[in-house]
Design a protein around this ligand. Sequence first.
Ligand SMILES: [Fe+2]
Ligand SMILES: [Fe+2]
Length: 141
Amino acid sequence: MIVGFIEWKEHYETGLLGYDAQHKTLVRLANRIHECLDSQIPGSDLELGSVFGAFLEMTKTHVRTEDELMAWHHHDPAYGHEDAHRSFLEGLEAIADPAVDGFSHRERLGEILYKFKAHFEAKDEQAFLAMLRRHNLPGAG
Ligand SMILES: [Fe+2]
Ligand SMILES: [Fe+2]
């Protein structure tokens, strides 16, 4: 079980193992980033840089997977989910820091983290998860 900034809930599981694993990884990384942002411990900047890098890479992979899955399932494009992914990724790339000895966009990253939480917990993403769940886990309720 994952607890923290974003709490993992059983109904986030869709039965598509690779896709679920991407969400779990993103939630773990987001929780760790949140802890690092909160932390005054020396060295937390260094960890923040590497956790941010992992979050950025996982986000790139995940939006590609989710955009393809949504297209495959003819998910309602009126919600603009793909556009939300694109602008989220652009926001992350804008603060990607080439410095290896720290991370200098703490405030901006904090804002982006709340956007991630809002996107993941929003009606559109959750409706898609519920549809996949019904599709892949019949009888799961
Ligand atoms: Fe997602
Ligand atoms: Fe999404």
